[in-house]
Design a protein around this ligand. Structure first.
Ligand code: KIV
Ligand code: ZN
Length: 497
């Protein structure tokens, strides 16, 4: 069996998504879960981009033992210096440097030419090599780079000491056949290609990220750059779970990974919850409906023999079909155990607080599902926000004008206001704006139910614009007006300091 290295970039490319930013503690939580999942390399951040990113790379380096910790840089000395410093505590470290190689990047981004870019690529690798042995070089926009020039760059950086060369389809443009041919071309035409590993890094703009990644692997790439739930810039990156399960299902492909697939579902839920990024219900492997058979013919077939309509066993990805349903009678220990299965470790007062909220929710809702529990664990984080919802009362219905009164606590001090509007959410937000007198506009507003049933929780995602910047907010509650106000407050907390 050939080994395929799994390079996870949830904490770098994934975290670049507006609204998905995590703090260092949350990033460490994800990094530890990635370690348990069995990823080989964790791209922990882009240290020069912000002090927060720098610090996260430092702390993840300390917290994680087995995976290589990778830090991203542009192909410039300052970035490489800062990345090397951030990686000082990593047990296994890698610098990921690179430059754009397509005509678009060379001409318009750098106002340069192919020879100069080639020299800069080699210089960046040699400079990074001063600090660490393991250097990955990315040829940004390789998907649209001419293969002959790309081969020259790959050959030169391997000669300069790159141990891995990343061939990103940055814009998600390639067809699977094209991307596979690109890797094949490099495997066949680059002198010294066997001294390094070729890596895929595919974006999903045309929905082909996983197909392109697999095409790259089938043509010789031995590292894949992926994210949990496929999150990432624009339409996202290749999903880790899809690649891992393709290789598990297709046993004729003699390529193996270190991934413990039974940890896939818990980490998917954790990332979705921490980043407030919903997973689409029909998402392969981890979507709510991925294993739900609804048509009568399918149900009948599955009851007779699961394999009639199922190519994977849900337990292989960690979906626990026999999991104990938590109810109002469940104790703290059961809640703590369920949270730990979902990758969240809490003890003491933090656990007490979540348990208290859990009991309140269990009074309103019959069955508490994993998403509810993760949401409660997240609520504990939002309780530390400067502005908090103290109370909300809304009157609405047919033939009456909706009216809302609201109470907020701002840094401990209480404020109240009331307003009417064209609906309950509008009334509540107008009341809230009487207290927070800032120029802000609601730009996007989505409500989603977590599961099914009229007692279900509603999740609300909002985008609020303030002084030209868009802030993302999230709220979850069995009352969708309250969830909407929580989401609005969550967004405001990001600019009212
Ligand atoms: O998509 C891309 O090209 C990247 C590189 C920075 C690796 O994310
Ligand atoms: Zn990318």
């Amino acid at each position: 069996m050939d080994k395929l290295f799994i390079f996870d970039t949830t904490l770098r490319d994934g975290e670049q998504v507006p609204g998905c930013q995590l703090n260092t503690v949350e990033k460490i939580q994800v990094a530890k879960a990635l370690e348990t999942l069995g990823v080989d390399i964790i791209e922990a951040g882009f240290p020069v981009s912000s002090p927060g990113d720098f610090n996260s790379v430092v702390e993840i380096s300390k917290a994680v033992t087995w995976p290589t910790i990778c830090a991203l840089t542009r192909g410039v000395q300052k970035d490489i210096d800062v990345a090397a410093e951030a990686l000082q505590y990593a047990k296994h470290k890698r610098i990921h440097t690179g430059i754009g190689t397509s005509e678009y990047h060379i001409k318009y981004k750098f106002n340069s030419n192919q020879e100069e870019i080639l020299e800069r690529a080699v210089a960046a690798v040699k400079y990074a090599k001063k600090y660490v042995e393991d250097i990955e070089f990315y040829c940004e926009d390789a998907g649209r780079t001419d293969n002959v020039y790309l081969a020259r760059v790959v050959e030169a950086v391997i000669k300069a000491g790159a141990t891995v060369v990343n061939i990103p389809d940055t814009t998600g443009y390639c067809l699977p056949s094209e991307y596979g041919e690109k890797i094949k071309f490099l495997m066949e035409n680059v002198k010294g290609v066997h001294n390094a590993i070729l890596s895929t890094h595919c974006h999903n703009d045309l929905g082909m990220a996983t197909a392109n990644t697999m095409s790259g692997v089938l043509n010789g790439a031995r590292q894949v750059e992926v994210t949990i739930n496929g999150i990432g810039e624009r339409a996202g990156n290749t999903s880790l779970e899809e690649v891992a399960m393709i290789l598990k299902c297709h046993k004729n492909i003699e390529i193996d990974t270190n991934i413990n697939t039974q940890k896939i579902y818990p980490i998917s839920r954790m990332v979705s919850s921490l980043m407030n990024m919903p997973v689409q219900p029909n998402k392969a492997i981890v979507g709510r409906n991925a294993f739900a058979h609804s048509s009568g013919i399918h149900q009948d077939g599955v009851l007779k023999n699961r394999q009639s309509y199922e190519i994977m066993d849900p337990t292989d990805v960690g979906i626990d079909t026999n999991s104990i349903v938590l109810t109002a009678r469940s104790g703290r220990a059961a809640l703590k155990h369920r949270l730990s299965i979902l990758g969240v470790t809490v003890e003491g007062p933090a656990l007490d607080k979540i348990y208290e909220e859990f009991l309140k929710l269990a009074d309103r809702k019959k069955d508490i599902i994993d998403d509810d529990i993760l949401m409660l664990a997240g609520k504990e984080r939002s309780d530390k926000q400067r502005i908090q919802l103290d109370f909300l009362q809304v009157t609405s219905g047919v033939g009456v004008k909706p009216v809302a009164s609201i109470g907020l606590k701002i840094a401990g001090e209480k404020f109240e206001a009331a307003a009417s509007g064209n609906g309950p959410v509008d009334a509540a937000i107008k009341a809230l704006k009487q207290i927070i007198k800032r120029n802000m506009n609601l730009q996007e507003f989505t409500i989603q139910s977590m599961n099914k049933g009229s007692d279900d929780m509603g999740k609300v995602h909002m985008q609020v614009e303030h002084e030209g910047i868009v802030y993302y907010g999230f709220g979850a509650n069995t009352d969708i007006v309250a969830a909407s106000v929580e989401a609005y407050i969550n967004a405001i907390n990001q600019f009212v300091k």
